[in-house]
Design a protein around this ligand. Structure first.
Ligand SMILES: [Zn+2]
Length: 111
């Protein structure tokens, strides 16, 4: 390849969680084509129907009311989000009372 790719391709297949470094299976969601990590082990309690397409790419779709059961060669997995021991960075609760005022910007005639 004459040009280096600007960034590495999204992971697909067996890999590691960037937060807990545990083993996960990277899939692409059928709905939005975004990378999505599921636990490696199959899990009957999961809601992700995971399969490999003919090119070997791992795909997942969430079970829905319209398609609530596994089809063809799909297997149930649990989203890694649910089992990751390291919480998502945005889930840290804000301190009670919300933002505290740091100061007041002066208006023009006060400068
Ligand atoms: Zn994790």
């Amino acid at each position: 390849m004459p040009y280096p790719t600007p960034r590495p391709p999204a992971p697909n297949g067996p890999g590691r969680c960037p937060r807990c470094l545990g083993e996960v299976l990277w899939c692409v969601t059928a709905a939005n084509r975004v990378p999505f990590a599921v636990d490696v082990e199959r899990n009957e309690a999961g809601n992700q129907a995971v399969r490999q397409d003919v090119t070997g790419r791992w795909l997942t779709r969430q079970l829905t009311k319209e398609r609530p059961t596994l089809e063809h060669d799909e297997h149930l997995h649990m989203p890694h989000l649910k089992t990751c021991p390291v919480p998502a960075p945005r889930s840290v609760p804000r301190p009670a009372g919300g933002r505290t005022r740091q100061g007041v910007r002066p208006v023009r005639w006060q400068r």
